[in-house]
Design a protein around this ligand. Structure first.
Ligand code: SAH
Length: 249
């Protein structure tokens, strides 16, 4: 009896542990984040509800990605508290991490699929890169400022992203070795669309890019067999693209 009782108790607690574990698994499985650090998830959920869903972003893959990426690790130390506020923040050297809504908007505009291979120009903090990596198969990202690229690479490694490939260089030229891409994101504003990026986009692929000088518009270009379709989506303000684009007109 004594042993039976004990065995029963052990069994009951074993079943409870199993139930607990499977509940934890289910909630993890529902979230399915690639980022290994999920601290401050409540703030991210609130950010998605009040800043992103409320402004009409509906793509569930985008909403999930925005709930997954720990934005507070991509901002500077003294901005950690404000990381989930409705605003862009400085990342140093006159560059900024975009407002969460703009990141979500650009990501939704590219109509991504899980099998996509994506190119990003302007790694910056790496936040947009991580959002893309949560959704697609592979992300290739180019940054012209070595320090930004190094900082972001370290963070990708720390968060266990294995599908992000970084490169230091001028993104104007794209990354021909990995072309063609299903989608291309440009997060610094050039005065014109860099022709190499069009070339490196597959037919049916999309480029999302802020175009213009002081007054910019977010543009979506779709490459079709017949040529390029261009749609103007939203007035925006991004930092200007650096490098050879400055000398070409
Ligand atoms: N997506 C970034 C936004 C960073 S701001 C984020 O979420 O944080 C734009 C970035 O583009 C800056 O880091 C800037 O250094 C970089 N950049 C500007 N011109 C570039 C170029 N020609 N090639 C690659 N990166 C460029």
């Amino acid at each position: 009896m004594f042993f039976g009782g004990k065995a029963q108790k052990v069994l009951v607690s074993f079943v409870l542990i199993l139930a607990g574990a499977s509940m934890a698994n289910t909630s993890r499985a529902n979230i399915r984040c690639k980022a290994s650090d999920q601290s401050r998830a409540d703030e991210r959920n609130r950010m998605v509800e009040t800043q992103i869903k409320s402004r009409g972003i509906t793509d569930t893959k985008v909403l999930r990605a925005m709930r997954c990426v720990p934005r507070h690790l991509f901002v500077l130390d003294f901005d950690r508290k404000q990381a989930y506020e409705d605003t862009p923040l400085s990342i140093g050297k006159g560059q900024t991490i975009s407002q969460p809504y703009i990141v979500a908007f650009m990501t939704q505009a590219a109509e991504l699929k899980p099998t996509d291979r994506v190119l990003e120009i302007g790694t910056g903090s790496g936040y947009q890169t991580a959002v893309l990596a949560e959704i697609v198969h592979e992300v290739y990202t180019i940054e012209i400022v070595p320090e930004f690229s190094h900082r972001a690479s370290k963070l990708f490694h720390r968060l266990h992203y294995t599908n992000i490939h970084t490169k230091i260089g001028d993104g104007y030229k794209g990354w021909p070795a990995h072309a063609p891409f299903d989608a291309i994101f440009v997060t610094a504003a050039p005065g014109h669309i860099p022709p190499p990026l069009i070339k490196q986009l597959r037919v049916g692929g999309r480029i999302v890019i802020p175009l213009g000088g002081t007054r910019q518009h977010l543009i979506r270009i779709t490459k079709t067999k017949a040529g390029l379709e261009q749609e103007s989506l939203l007035p925006v303000r991004f930092v200007p693209m650096q490098g050879i684009v400055q000398h070409k007109h």
